[in-house]
Structure formats: structure tokens, C-alpha cells
Design a protein around this ligand. Structure first.
Ligand code: UGA
Length: 440
């Protein structure tokens, strides 16, 4: 098929590259010329495992190309995806200006019957606005083409996006139009060999499902974090509780990890946006409000523990920090728990020696403070430090040399924000261990 993707951001690029990889001809359209130049040379503007290889081989095979305008790709397009950002506005609601601008542009560029697919995360009712916007343009042009708008929310996880796209656990398509249904079923057939992945619903339910999924995930994390706080107080190890509760198939083991709070570009934004949508409909959201409040508090937990260990004397202390990205395998630092920890430590007068395999440069730009020293590797970050805080569970942090750490860290303590380590083993090596909910 001929596919046009508007927005060469995270979702657009992964979608475009993967669809090209199964034989489609894909044009990714973006207004940023520097980005387009870099992509044409195979340079991806963010870190995502495997994505650059998929882009390079599909550009070489002339299945994937990049363009600054919708013309002429729309002349042949069977499907056009809207995959532009929907950042949060001041009040937490989703900013739809990019989506609506893309819709108007599409209305001006459609040259045949085309299915328009909204992949951006958008509040209920947006696809209908997109449809109205495009229809108005088509009417103004006096052309006979039909543009059918469908919702197809994206469930990619950063760090495993290519794999998630190629092996989806579900593909949600929201449309009442049988032709659009058939076209999208055909598009996704390579990822739906057993015909058990595609879920077709009405447009509004598809839009809502995206928020419901992310909000459910966020709620699960905040609940585990709340239980972890209590576990600590009553001498219980939340890790044992995680194993036990996760064994119930109704609960399951995934996404049950207590930690330093959820971050990233989606969960925090989507919880806020859904709460905002509810407010617009005069509905209160006590659960969502608590999910957010717990998460905000959780991001501050590690600095409180460090302060306590140092008897309140953070001024002049040096903290080694492992992990800056909001999760492993990405350089994304949006709403990352590390940023809250850094802010609190710097404000309290501490120095930070930080290391992250890929996200350091982004943090350097976000926090231009000389007391935040970026180190070349994990060991270097610990040299001259009083204590170590682990905030992102990169693989290389999973099995450190604790005896070396005990000799190196002046105040001999490890703050394990992801519950990676066995507390007893760490203490046997001569360090104080602090985790999240590791009461014993
Ligand atoms: C999330 C969803 O998981 C995807 O399904 C969705 O498509 C995506 O948002 C989106 O809306 O685009 P992502 O933001 O990439 O994906 O990251 P997650 O893997 O969900 O992690 C979010 C945060 O939760 C991270 O900070 C992570 O450390 C934290 N987390 C995750 C926990 O604290 N505990 C867990 O058990 C799992």
C-alpha cells in the first residue's frame, strides 16, 4: 500500500519504518528540514534500539522516504496517518493544535478516496473534529474525494518500540466504515497472522481505550508504590509481595514494580489529560488525583532517604547517580524521576556525579548546573561520592561490585530506587541498603 505519515516523531517514525519493512511504500512528512536531512542519512533524532537499522534498510530499498510537504505523496496514498504530538497544555488537557493543523493540511492535499488514521493520543471526540476539519476543506475545494477518519491508537513502549510494533498484543481500530475496516485489517495482516490481535470498535471507544490503558498502568504503579511505603513501615518486603500477588493470573506479574515513580512522555500526561476531560464533564476523579499525588511524592522519596542517612546534611555531600533516562533503553528524560532527585539534591547543596549510557547529554542541556557532573561510566560516577542512588534499571547496573562500592563510597550506602539488589547481600558487602518498600 501507499502510506503517508504526518509527523516524523517517535510514533510516526516507528510506524513508518515498520510498515515499510513489510513492503509498503511510506512517505514520512515533517516540517523540520534538519530532521528530514538527518533521517535521509539514517540518523534518528533519539535513541531507540533497532530503529535506525530498519530506517536505513528501507530508505535504501526506496520503500521509505521523507518529505517536507504532503504533495505529491497524497496523490497515491491509500492511508494517511496523523502521528503528531499532543503535548499537555497549562491545564493538563491535550493540545490538539498540531492534530488539527495536520487535518486541515490533509483536507487541502487529498487527491483520491483516502483513509485518514489518527495515531496521536487524542481525547474522545477528536477524530470527529478531524473529520469535520477535513470535510470542510474538501467542500471548499469542491472535490469529490472521500476522506474517512479512523482511530488507531498506538501502544508502543519506548525502548522496545520496533518489537512492540512487529509483535503487537492488540491492534485497536476505531471506525464504523466497513471499507476502512477492511483496508486497515489488510494493512495490519502481517502482524496478525493468527487473526487474534485486531479489535475493531467505534471511534470514540478506540480513543478512550488508549487513555484507559495508560491510566490503568499508572494506577497499578501508584498502588504498588503506596503498598511499598506501608510494607517498609510494617517490616514487609514488597518484592516478596510482588511475587505473591503477581502469581494470581487476574493480577499478573507485569508492571507491578514499586520504584521511584512513573515518568516518560505518556503516563503522566495521559493521567492528567483524562482527569482534565472528566473535569470538563463535571466529573471528579479522586482515584486519578491520588495516582498523580502518589507519583509526585514517590519521585521525592529517594532524596528524603538520602537526607535521612546523612543526618540532614546534604549541603556539601556528593551523590553518585546511576541512570537518568525515565526508563532503560531510551534517552528520553521527559518527566524522569532522576530530574526530581537532581533538583532536590542541588537545591539542598549537594554535588551529583551522574552516569547514564545514553541520556546524559539531554540532562546536561536540561540542567546546566556545574554541580551536576556527568561521568564517563558507572564506576567513575562513584569515585569521590558519599553514597550511590540508582534510578534507572539499565542492565549494566544490575550486578555491581558491592565490595568495591563499600570501599569507594565515603558514607557507605546504596539507594536502590528500582529494587534491583538483594538487601542482605549488599549489607554483607559492608554497605547500608535502602530500597523501595524493603522492610525486613
Ligand atoms: C507507555 C505504555 O506502557 C505504552 O503501552 C504506551 O503505548 C505508551 O506509554 C504511550 O502512550 O505511548 P512508555 O511511556 O514507553 O509506555 O513506558 P512504560 O514502560 O509504560 O514505563 C512508564 C514508567 O513507568 C517508567 O518511568 C517506568 O519506570 C515506570 N514503571 C513501569 C514502574 O515504575 N513500575 C513498573 O512496574 C513499570
Amino acid at each position: 500500500m501507499n502510506i503517508v505519515i504526518i509527523g516524523a516523531g517517535y510514533v510516526g517514525l516507528v510506524t513508518g519504518a515498520c510498515l515499510a519493512d513489510v513492503g509498503n511504500r511510506v512517505t514520512c512528512v515533517d516540517h523540520d528540514p534538519a530532521k528530514l536531512d538527518a533521517l535521509q542519512r539514517g540518523q534518528v533524532p533519539f535513541y531507540e534500539p533497532d530503529l535506525d537499522a530498519v530506517i536505513v534498510r528501507n530508505v535504501a530499498a526506496e520503500r521509505l522516504s521523507f518529505a517536507a510537504s504532503l504533495e505529491p505523496a497524497m496523490r497515491h496514498a491509500d492511508i494517511a496517518f496523523i502521528a503528531v504530538g499532543t503535548p499537555a497544555t497549562e491545564d493538563g488537557s491535550a493540545d490538539l493544535s498540531h492534530v488539527l493543523a495536520a487535518s486541515a493540511e490533509l483536507g487541502r492535499a487529498v487527491e483520491r478516496d483516502t483513509v485518514i488514521v489518527v495515531k496521536s493520543t487524542v481525547p474522545v471526540g477528536t477524530c470527529e473534529r478531524v473529520q469535520r476539519t477535513i470535510d470542510a476543506e474538501l467542500r471548499m475545494r469542491g472535490v469529490p474525494w472521500r476522506a474517512t477518519v479512523a482511530s488507531n491508537p498506538e501502544f508502543l513502549k519506548e525502548g522496545s518500540a520496533v518489537d512492540d510494533f512487529q509483535r503487537p498484543d492488540r491492534i485497536i481500530v476505531g471506525t464504523d466504515d466497513p471499507q476502512a475496516q477492511r483496508l486497515l485489517a489488510a494493512l495490519y495482516a502481517p502482524y496478525n497472522r493468527n487473526r487474534d490481535r485486531l479489535i475493531v470498535t467505534d471511534v470514540r471507544s478506540a480513543e478512550f481505550t488508549k487513555y484507559a490503558s495508560n491510566v490503568m498502568l499508572a494506577t497499578r504503579i501508584s498502588l504498588m508504590n503506596e503498598l511499598a511505603r506501608l510494607a517498609e513501615k510494617v517490616g514487609v518486603d514488597i518484592e516478596a509481595v510482588r511475587h505473591g500477588t503477581g502469581a494470581d493470573p487476574r493480577i499478573g506479574h507485569h508492571f507491578l514494580y514499586a520504584g521511584v515513580g512513573y515518568g516518560g512522555s505518556c503516563l503522566p500526561k495521559d493521567v492528567r489529560a483524562l482527569a482534565r476531560l472528566a473535569a470538563e464533564h463535571d466529573q471528579s476523579t479522586p482515584l486519578l488525583d491520588s495516582v498523580q499525588a502518589i507519583n509526585d511524592a514517590q519521585k521525592r522519596l529517594l532524596s528524603a532517604k538520602i537526607r535521612e542517612h546523612l543526618h540532614g546534611r546534604l549541603e556539601g555531600a556528593t551523590v553518585a547517580l546511576w541512570g537518568l533516562a525515565f526508563k532503560p533503553n531510551t534517552d528520553d528524560i521527559r518527566e524522569a524521576p532522576s530530574l526530581v532527585l537532581i533538583d532536590e539534591l542541588l537545591r539542598a547543596g549537594a554535588t551529583i556525579r551522574a552516569y547514564d549510557p545514553v541520556a546524559a547529554e539531554r540532562v546536561r542541556q536540561a540542567v546546566p548546573d556545574a554541580r551536576l557532573q556527568l561521568c564517563r561510566n558507572a564506576r567513575a560516577a562513584c569515585e569521590g561520592a558519599d553514597v550511590l542512588a540508582v534510578v534507572t534499571e539499565w542492565r549494566e547496573f544490575k550486578s555491581p561490585d558491592f565490595r568495591w562500592l563499600a570501599q569507594t563510597l565515603a558514607q557507605r550506602a546504596v539507594f536502590d530506587g528500582r529494587n534491583l539488589y538483594d538487601p542482605q547481600y549488599v549489607e554483607d558487602c559492608g554497605l547500608r541498603y535502602y530500597g523501595i518498600g524493603r522492610g525486613r
